[in-house]
Ligand binder design. Structure first.
Ligand SMILES: *[C@@H]1O[C@H](CO)[C@@H](O)[C@H](O)[C@H]1NC(C)=O
Ligand SMILES: *[C@@H]1O[C@H](CO)[C@@H](O)[C@H](O)[C@H]1NC(C)=O
Ligand SMILES: *[C@@H]1O[C@H](CO)[C@@H](O)[C@H](O)[C@H]1NC(C)=O
Ligand SMILES: *[C@@H]1O[C@H](CO)[C@@H](O)[C@H](O)[C@H]1NC(C)=O
Ligand SMILES: *[C@@H]1O[C@H](CO)[C@@H](O)[C@H](O)[C@H]1NC(C)=O
Ligand SMILES: *[C@@H]1O[C@H](CO)[C@@H](O)[C@H](O)[C@H]1NC(C)=O
Ligand SMILES: *[C@@H]1O[C@H](CO)[C@@H](O)[C@H](O)[C@H]1NC(C)=O
Length: 403
């Protein structure tokens, strides 16, 4: 009797303990993690998970996948990912030449689970398929209306390279849409080909293959630089750029730099038109480039060639001559003629009075008027003439003196 009572007491205690534990428990993390490459761009990570019998019926289980490394992701790929399924086909790709592996951390989440907390994290390290190699350098694609004109410097020029491309993503439809690059060409150091894609609407993923290995290419997208037209309008210049033929949906910005009269270069950011004051005496030199607008990140053009407008006119000379040079010449002439006149006054006009002397006289003597004008005038000082004495010496006496 006591035995059964004690037994029930212990049993109900255990049951209560279990119940109370359940309400403060953690969900279990996923188990049996594995992965499989579906193509060079897409990995399928899968796992299993056993639903506990005491989990409330309404409790919904989700799994969250995060990337552990703080590696740069290709734009447009969302991570972390949440899923109700027990697998994820992911193409969160690390950039070219980064490490050949990465690690996901996965945990279980519950909704409406009456106090069941999310699980601890489990990790899985994904290794890239064998044979990753650096095959190209300086991979660049010029966006043209007909597609992308891509070119690169091959790392191993003796090995033929095959490029394939598709819109990035992990769905089966996308994985089956790989296309080869066509119309291959070669110019100097660079090789190239054309990608027949509508530019910009989706991310394009490119894979290069050769005997040496494979690599995923992150192209640098370049748009052709836009033509600048310059119009003069009421002491102003109107600058207008033709929008690029590609990316009609992008709102582009124009970065332009100019010099005025060989001055220092100034740079500004503009929309497709810009109005600026214009100095008609100056030569202007412009260069510009297109920058990615709000909807087209990372799409820029190279700098354009220089475009000139106007001419450098020399500073207006006639005014300087009139204001400075003519008065100087006149002064010099007057001084010289005065000097000449004074010097040869006896010839030109013998009795010309010395004007400075007259002036001095007036100042010094004030209103005294008893001095005669004759005294104040120039009186030549009589020259002292030594009287000559001529002595006649007879030739004989001179001869006598000598002998
Ligand atoms: C569950 O989460 C709550 C709130 O975050 C916390 O107070 C509690 O200790 C957690 N329980 C367990 C078993 O980790
Ligand atoms: C990923 O792998 C799991 C298990 O092998 C499979 O059930 C699932 O269909 C695969 N997903 C894709 C997109 O192939
Ligand atoms: C699991 O990892 C994520 C980030 O990777 C972190 O925010 C979270 O706190 C981790 N959870 C646990 C239970 O450690
Ligand atoms: C493609 O690019 C190459 C090198 O940049 C150039 O020589 C070629 O003219 C371009 N093709 C077209 C159709 O613009
Ligand atoms: C480019 O692709 C479109 C369809 O996507 C096709 O109609 C066109 O003929 C292709 N052009 C070239 C040059 O292959
Ligand atoms: C220059 O731009 C102004 C305003 O941006 C406009 O009113 C004017 O008509 C333009 N002039 C020319 C010649 O395009
Ligand atoms: C262009 O894109 C870069 C990132 O790719 C961004 O940092 C920059 O702000 C963008 N520029 C404009 C003008 O939107």
């Amino acid at each position: 009797m006591t035995f059964t009572r004690d037994f029930w007491a212990v049993l109900s205690c255990c049951a209560m303990m279990t119940l109370s534990r359940c309400h403060a428990d953690r969900l279990l993390p996923p188990t049996d993690l594995s992965y499989k490459w579906l193509d060079l761009l897409t990995v399928n990570v899968s796992w299993s998970w056993q639903r506990p019998i005491d989990l409330p019926e309404k409790c919904e289980i989700q799994y969250e996948l995060r990337l552990v490394e703080k590696e740069e992701r290709k734009e447009g790929h969302r991570c972390p990912k949440r899923t109700f399924l027990k697998n994820v086909a992911d193409s969160c790709l690390t950039k070219q030449s980064n490490s050949d592996h990465w690690t996901y951390s996965i945990h279980t989440l519950g909704h409406n689970c009456d106090g069941w907390n999310s699980s601890t994290n489990v990790t899985i390290t994904v290794k890239c398929p064998e044979g990753r190699a650096d095959l190209v350098k300086n991979f660049k694609c010029v966006l043209e209306p007909s597609g992308m004109n891509c070119s690169w410097i091959p790392v191993h020029p003796s090995h033929e390279l095959k490029l394939s491309h598709r819109v990035c993503g992990s769905s089966e439809k996308l994985r089956k849409s790989f296309k080869e690059c066509d119309r291959p060409y070669s110019t100097g150091m660079r090789n190239g080909c054309y990608l027949n894609v509508t530019v910009g609407e989706n991310n394009i993923c490119i894979v290069a293959n050769s005997k040496i290995g494979w690599s995923i290419i992150e192209p640098l997208l370049v748009i052709p630089s836009s033509k600048l037209s310059i119009r003069e309008d009421n002491h102003h210049l109107n600058l207008t750029w033709m929008p690029p033929e590609v990316g009609k949906y992008c709102s582009w910005k124009y970065n332009f730099c100019y010099t005025q009269c060989n001055g220092p270069e100034q740079c500004l950011l503009s929309s497709s038109t810009h109005r600026m004051p214009y100095d008609e005496n100056c030569l202007y030199k412009f260069r510009s480039r297109v920058l990615n607008g709000t909807h087209c990140p990372g799409m820029n053009s190279d700098w354009s060639e220089f475009v000139s407008y106007g001419v450098n006119k020399p500073p207006d000379g006639t005014l300087t001559v009139a204001v400075i040079v003519i008065p100087i010449i006149l002064c010099v002439c007057v001084i010289l003629s005065c000097y000449c006149f004074r010097r040869h006054s006896d010839i030109i006009c013998p009795n010309t009075p010395d004007p400075s002397a007259i002036f001095k006289e007036m100042v010094m003597n004030g209103n005294k008027e008893h001095k005669t004008t004759a005294e104040s005038l120039y009186t030549p000082v009589p020259e002292v003439v030594e009287p000559c004495k001529i002595t006649l010496v007879s030739a004989t006496s001179a001869l006598q003196q000598n002998f």
